[in-house]
Design a protein around this ligand. Structure first.
Ligand SMILES: NC(=O)c1ccc[n+]([C@@H]2O[C@H](COP(=O)([O-])OP(=O)(O)OC[C@H]3O[C@@H](n4cnc5c(N)ncnc54)[C@H](O)[C@@H]3O)[C@@H](O)[C@H]2O)c1
Length: 271
């Protein structure tokens, strides 16, 4: 898209990735939290944005606020992704980047239904998205998938087995996609924050013990994603200390496990 220097400065601040200006992007789970903040920033950077959420009121509210198209629905099912992409392609022409951000946290509910739903939303959503996006991207030789996983996918989350394990699967799948298609123009990035101030963040003793006051706003996380969109680095770590914890887990697993058990004991003593 060609613009004069002045109008370009209005629509796309110098600090934003130039490729976003006029790009067609989709953000799932954009009715709230990180997805909403991200959709807002992408629109400010000049992208044409399609927002999705299971919560249609939240989805419509984001769309109204930022001038996006709302395609509410289930981003976790193959049919839901097909409907989302049909709406998005009709509106955008093509999808240049897909932010697979929708996620759920079932807390201490580790029933079979909670496991199934966690894997559907936190993991299979990415499989359906990749299945339906990557053939087109390979043909075009370009495309970008940004998966919102979690630091829980690199470490663990106290008290929530379905969340921890499904997020590990999301990271592993994103890695596999990057390895398989990274040399053919498909960029895959994986966002792994710790605590972010959204309705999904656990409160009470669990929130205190795990996150303390080291909690970011969704807007701060969206800025880190925007910075990462300048490049192709796989991990986006808004809490940089996660890289250190991840390294400890890999190189000194017994030490890391002891530390996590101590944290669990601290939580047990408060509940
Ligand atoms: N908040 C945190 O501390 C934190 C930390 C690490 C990772 N994350 C991840 O960030 C992502 C966004 O979460 P958030 O913190 O903004 O929470 P949020 O609850 O504010 O937003 C998540 C949104 O996803 C939507 N959603 C759930 N299932 C969906 C589906 N099947 N299809 C479409 N939309 C669906 C929800 O309706 C909700 O609006 C999630 O993947 C979450 O796991 C959050």
């Amino acid at each position: 898209m060609t613009t004069t220097a002045d109008s370009s400065a209005d629509s796309c601040p110098a600090s934003d990735p130039a490729w976003l200006d006029g790009a067609g992007v989709v953000v799932t789970g954009a009715g709230s939290g990180i997805g909403r903040a991200l959709a807002r920033r992408l629109a400010q950077a000049g992208a044409k944005v399609v927002v999705n959420d299971l919560d249609s009121a939240g989805c419509e509210a984001t769309a109204r606020e930022i001038g996006a198209l709302a395609v509410p629905g289930d981003a976790a099912s193959a049919d839901g992704v097909a409907a989302l992409l049909a709406g998005a392609r009709a509106h955008l022409g093509q999808v240049d980047a897909y932010f697979a951000n929708a996620g759920i946290e079932t807390g201490s509910d580790a029933s079979p239904a909670a496991w199934e739903r966690s894997f559907a939303v936190n993991m299979m959503a990415h499989v359906h998205a990749a299945d339906q996006l990557i053939p087109d991207w390979l043909e075009r030789g370009e495309g970008r998938l940004v998966v919102t996983a979690s630091a829980a996918g690199l470490l663990t989350m106290l008290g929530s087995a379905p969340y921890s394990v499904s997020k590990h699967a999301a990271v592993a799948y994103a890695e596999w996609l990057s390895v398989t298609y990274g040399d053919r123009g498909v960029i895959v990035q994986c966002l792994c924050p710790q605590g972010v101030q959204t309705p999904l963040l656990p409160g009470g003793a669990l929130g205190d013990v795990v996150f303390g006051d080291n909690v970011l706003t969704p807007e701060q996380v969206a800025e880190d994603v925007m910075a990462a969109l300048h490049g192709e680095e796989f991990y986006i770590l808004p809490h940089p200390e996660v890289a250190t914890f991840y390294a400890t887990r890999a190189t000194q697993p017994e030490r890391w496990l002891r530390g996590m058990r101590r944290l669990q004991a601290q939580l047990n003593s408060r509940t």
